[in-house]
Design a protein around this ligand. Structure first.
Ligand SMILES: [Zn+2]
Length: 1155
């Protein structure tokens, strides 16, 4: 042991020298730069020198990393040989958990260029006429007075002669809102409604070329397209060419904007647009989102990047709508918070009234507007709830009816700044019967004809598509076509959460509803991305080796396509939201489940080719695959289980894939059938591994360690995997114990608790169980209560700062009023009540060489706090996992509440779609449920000098109800419908696994609440959490083959550049892949006011520059073509660019040929 320490010290000394010399170089570089403060565009020569220095530095960094990893390997090797010479480690010796330094990755100061810090440091520059949504919330009283016929608004009046000089221009936009699953499954809706709507559309639009129709969901459109003949397809194409049919947005679905991650939002848009390009040849220009439950600027950004210039939104808080209507700001340029100019602006129309149905779209009075929904004519299946039915238009009533409708149009126009009026005409699954087409189109045409033939009315009314409307609006609002600005329209920044449609009915329940599937969605996202990247790399490599025909590219590409579509479908605003019927949820779940299985196959097939040392030995066998994933999910609604690896004296290989663009040291755990394991790298270096017991969920109150010799064990070790690379480890059954067993301590011994001590583990049940529990790694120490097992204090060793960070659980009930919480709504019965378990919890403390953890088992939640003994990224945060089971509860919601000593006041921050951070304020003038917001990847609170971030691996609802608090709802069980059409409660709860990381960071600057960015460490920790390394097991049938690690990138990407996807594009003909990939990159915005010393970051920043020619190690980049986000448009910039550059926060797509 002593000898091993000496070697370690020796190794550390070498590496300190290396680090120090690197530091000196950096320092030198820094000095150079400060000496020439004017170096910039006026000194291109100096810039080149600087660039060369940076390049040089990068190379040195890479070399340094190599040296460091060599040192590390040698240290591991030496210490292993020392152990070898001494036999097995001293079991039972206190010091056996004492060598975390073996697992340490190098401490480094990461060179973050000052230029890269300017972005987050600059103040938010609000345009003079700009509106920031957080300011609007400050302003509003949220008093909800009765507004008369427009209940949530006000009386509108006008002068008859207002349009004398400029006539009113009315666009009536027929639309049919088709949910890809809600009360019926996607297929059932298609069979019963959607196919008839589309079939009738072809006939009825051709009858009169003045008719128009809008469609947006490509999931349905493509299914229908596959079923129709070429004649009908041509008819559809001619409707589109003539402008009668408009495809708006053109995504696979109309996605939810709260729970969705930007990876999946992009993916479903790309899938829809690619389908349109291949089949119809149309490029959508306008976004159309009438039903998502609140709106996010991330969607806006993606639409803009995809080449769209206009958009429409509908579900916005009624008080915000009213405020915007009073200000006449319902039409605005929606700008990103970081937008300095008009680059990110998109022209947005916010619908002013309660709903997108006909009663709430022609004008302020639903009783009148309903009379112009001709599907509700007497004798039909639906009627007007205001009890005044529509009348068929004839010569006798046309004047009276036209004037009545015109009055509504005129009133509506008073809420806007131009004389152009939009009147959507549609509802859910409308126009399914031929008779409805006739009723709507014939009656409206008579009304239009009357209006248009009476010049004294000063109106021009017609059917239009949404783009027809915007084409008229732009000149009317004097929008400059070049600068995309208007003297009439304001600029708005921020988001439209949390939505309320009436009273205190806030739609914050769906941020958490059906959390099991929100987690499953994220699992498919990360697996799909990982499979896309590996498949693209394999395909390019196969092509390079001229083995295209040997590799199952078509079969795998079909699996990927299906997975993209299943993931896309789940982004729908009744899918990921958890607001579908029980059997619809099962349908979605089954699709996600099958696609997870399929993309795992794609990953294994791709890794098979890539990891093979002798490519000549490659034979694909679908019945006997080389690689298999090490976990299995038994059913769509069950948690995955680890496969047990049966080890013998013949080595078994384990391939580990790192799907992130950073080199990585991460803890891998596999299940093995013996504690005696010899673990080695591919080159034969021994690796320290920890062995621990596998605990069954059923052992809640009776924990036994009996029958240990036959039980599976967890084998955990720190794997080192290059960016996007594969590493190979070998496992062999050893004669003696070569792994390091953990120590167990059980606290709060329950009467039923019985623990049999068994080799190789040491089990301790202390007599005095009142002392606080603590676990630690080289960086952090946490203390937990001995009675509850829950965290109380966290200490970061560097600087020795301690903070109170208490984790606890609370319950919410639902109100006793008529309206109660349901799938959409959160209507709690006041503040949360503390979770008080019926039984004292069982607390299990595990201390090991690779990780230590405290697991507390309550009746409704099994809560684990874990610290990884890694000096890199993994060691910087506390991992929190909760296995939640509230299946036996009645109208209850369970939340995890973190209470810290941070003085965060009423401020907190939540992410939007994992893409950007939105500052929040907890407002006493709003009900409790209004202060909950969606959390896709993180939420944080801060005070001067400290930030506490909760990172999440699934979307959930979050709030900070009191200073220093963060609270996340983990599951909800609700026995009733909440009157939004679903017709049921949420009672299909599953045992759900929630995963988080908690990160406490020192921040040197003061607090600027108007804008905020995560630190680089926080970004990368989030990426580790959402994209874990993936172990694959080599089948014993192939143990004669040799495998080689893979490092596809020449160097890891810059710290702030995220590879969103590397997605193989479909071939022009057939269902197989082309030779092109879509490279999608995101340059993250980050805050530099955090220490980056010893954080384990192994990358630097480069002002968003990427040397495309030098990106890959073996593959070469044949061409690079900049494209719009979804590949719809090719952008300027030429082919085969050597270097590309991204602006902060920018997402860019490139068409790339690899070989
Ligand atoms: Zn909908």
């Amino acid at each position: 042991m002593k000898l091993s320490r000496q070697f370690t010290l020796f190794g550390s000394a070498i590496f300190c020298v290396v680090v120090f010399s690197l530091y000196l170089m950096l320092d030198h570089l820094q000095l150079d730069r400060t000496k020439n403060p004017s170096s910039g565009s006026s000194f291109p020569g100096q810039l080149t020198i600087l660039q060369e220095k940076i390049d040089h530095l990068e190379r040195l960094l890479a070399e340094n990393n190599e040296i460091i990893s060599n040192i590390r390997d040698s240290v591991l090797d030496l210490s292993e040989s020392v152990k070898d010479s001494k036999g097995s480690p001293e079991v039972g010796n206190q010091s056996r958990v004492g060598y975390p330094e073996l697992l340490a990755s190098p401490p480094l100061v990461i060179p973050i260029q000052q230029e890269d810090c300017h972005f987050a440091a600059k103040p938010y520059n609000k345009p003079a006429d700009g509106v920031q949504m957080l300011d609007v919330y400050d302003l509003l009283s949220f008093d909800n007075p009765d507004g008369g016929v427009w209940k949530q608004g006000f009386d509108i009046s006008y002068n008859e002669n207002e349009w004398d000089t400029e006539p009113l221009q009315v666009f009536v936009v027929p639309h049919s809102h088709n949910d890809p699953g809600w009360l019926k499954t996607f297929d059932d809706y298609y069979r019963d409604q959607t196919q008839h709507i589309l079939n009738n559309m072809v006939v009825k639009l051709h009858e009169d070329e003045r008719r128009r129709m809008l469609w947006s969901e490509i999931s349905y459109f493509s299914k229908w397209w596959d079923s129709i003949d070429s004649q009908k397809r041509d008819a559809v194409k001619s409707l589109i060419e003539r402008g009668q049919l408009e495809i708006a947005t053109g995504g696979w679905v109309m996605p939810d904007e709260a729970n969705t991650h930007y990876f999946a939002m992009i993916d479903q848009l790309l899938e829809g647009h690619q389908w349109l390009e291949r089949n119809v040849g149309v490029k959508p220009k306008t976004g159309w989102a009438v039903d998502p439950f609140g709106h996010s600027p991330t969607m806006t950004y993606l639409l803009k990047q995809a080449g769209m210039s206009n958009m429409l939104i509908q579900r916005v808080h009624y008080s915000v709508k009213k405020h915007f209507a009073i200000q006449k700001t319902l039409e605005f340029f929606w700008r990103q918070t970081w937008g300095k100019d008009t680059t990110t602006d998109i022209l947005c129309h916010m619908m002013p009234f309660y709903s997108y149905d006909v009663p709430h779209t022609c004008g302020p009075d639903p009783k009148i507007c309903c009379q112009f929904d001709f599907k509700r004519l007497p004798g039909g299946r639906i009627s007007c709830p205001w009890r005044v039915p529509p009348q068929t238009i004839n010569d006798g009533n046309v004047k009276e009816r036209a004037l009545m409708l015109l009055d509504q149009y005129r009133k509506k126009s008073k809420l806007f700044r131009t004389h152009v009026v939009l009147a959507p005409l549609g509802d859910d699954f409308r126009y399914n019967e031929a008779s409805e087409w006739d009723q709507q189109f014939q009656n409206y045409q008579k009304l239009f004809d009357y209006m248009n033939s009476h010049p004294e009315l000063h109106v021009k009314a017609q059917f239009g598509t949404i783009s027809d409307y915007f084409s008229a609006l732009r000149p009317a609002a004097a929008v400059d076509p070049v600068s995309n600005t208007s003297p009439l329209l304001p600029v708005v920044s921020g988001d439209f959460f949390t939505y309320a449609d009436r009273d205190d009915h806030y739609w914050s329940g769906y941020f958490t509803s059906r959390p099991f599937y929100k987690r499953l969605d994220r699992v498919l996202e990360s697996h799909l991305r990982a499979a896309e990247i590996l498949f693209s790399l394999a395909l390019a490599s196969v092509q390079k080796a001229n083995k295209w025909n040997d590799f199952p590219s078509l079969e795998n590409y079909k699996l990927l396509t299906e997975a993209r579509r299943n993931l896309g479908l789940f982004q729908h605003h009744d899918a990921i939201t958890g607001t579908g019927k029980d059997w619809v949820v099962v349908d979605y779940g089954t699709r996600l489940f099958h696609s997870i299985l399929n993309v795992k196959r794609v990953m294994a097939n791709s890794a098979h080719w890539l990891v093979l040392k002798d490519k000549g030995a490659y034979i694909h066998s679908s019945s006997m695959p080389l690689l298999q994933m090490d976990d299995v999910q038994p059913a769509q609604d069950a948690l995955p289980r680890k496969m047990v690896l049966k080890l013998s004296t013949r080595p078994r290989s384990l391939v580990i894939y790192n799907p992130t663009e950073q080199d990585r040291w991460s803890v891998v755990t596999v299940y093995v059938n013996t504690p005696r394991v010899r673990l080695q790298t591919a080159s034969g270096h021994a690796v320290t591994a920890q062995v621990s017991a596998v605990w069954e969920e059923t052992t809640r109150f009776l924990i036994l360690l009996q029958n240990l010799p036959t039980c599976p064990r967890q084998l955990s070790f720190v794997a080192q995997v290059p960016a996007l690379g594969l590493t190979v480890y070998r496992l062999t059954e050893a004669v003696e114990l070569r792994t390091v067993p953990v120590d167990y301590t059980f606290l709060k011994q329950h009467e039923e608790l019985s623990v049999d001590s068994a080799e190789p583990f040491r089990v301790d049940i202390p007599q005095d169980d009142s002392l606080p529990i603590s676990i630690e790694n080289p960086l952090i120490k946490i203390w937990c209560s001995a009675t509850t097992g829950l965290m109380e204090v966290i200490k970061y060793k560097e600087g020795g700062v301690e903070h109170k960070v208490e984790v606890g659980f609370v319950w919410y009930g639902t109100t006793s009023n008529r309206d109660k919480s349901g799938a959409y709504l959160f209507l709690p019965d006041g503040e949360a009540k503390a979770y008080t378990p019926n039984h004292a919890p069982v607390i299990r403390v595990t201390k090991g060489v690779v990780f230590s953890e405290v697991t507390t088992t309550y009746q409704h939640v099994t809560h684990t706090l874990r610290l990884y003994n890694v000096q890199g990224i993994e060691g910087q945060s506390v991992e929190i996992s909760n296995t939640v089971d509230i299946r036996g509860e009645f109208n209850r919601e369970i939340a995890m509440r973190i209470t810290s000593d941070l003085n965060s006041s009423d401020r907190f921050f939540t992410d939007l779609n994992g893409f950007q951070i939105q500052p929040r304020r907890t407002m006493a003038k709003l009900p409790l449920q209004a202060n909950f917001y969606p959390m896709t990847t993180m939420a944080y609170i801060q005070e001067s000098g400290v930030r506490l971030t909760l990172l999440t691996a699934q979307s959930l609802g979050v709030s900070s109800l009191k200073s220093g608090q963060l609270e996340v709802i983990m599951d909800r069980r609700l026995m009733q419908d909440d009157n939004r059409g679903l017709g049921q409660g949420v009672q299909d709860n599953k045992i759900t696994a929630n995963l988080f990381r908690l990160l406490l960071e020192k921040r040197s600057e003061t607090f600027k609440p108007e804008w905020s960015y995560p630190s680089l460490l926080s970004h990368i920790t989030s990426m580790y959490l959402n994209h874990p390394v993936i172990p694959m097991v080599v089948s014993p049938n192939y143990d004669s083959l040799t495998f080689a690690p893979l490092s596809p990138l020449r160097a890891a990407l810059p710290c702030d550049v995220h590879l969103v996807n590397l997605r193989t594009i479909q071939a022009k003909e057939g269902a197989g892949p082309s030779h092109e990939v879509a490279l999608i990159l995101h340059r993250r915005g980050f805050d530099c006011e955090f220490s980056n010393r010893n954080m384990g970051l192994l990358c630097s920043t480069t002002q968003g520059k990427l040397p495309m020619g030098k990106l890959f190690s073996e593959l070469s980049v044949q061409s690079v073509t900049p494209a719009s986000l979804s590949l719809m448009h090719t952008l300027d910039g030429g082919r085969s660019q050597e270097e590309i550059q991204l602006k902060p926060m920018e997402i860019r797509t490139y068409r790339v040929q690899l070989r």
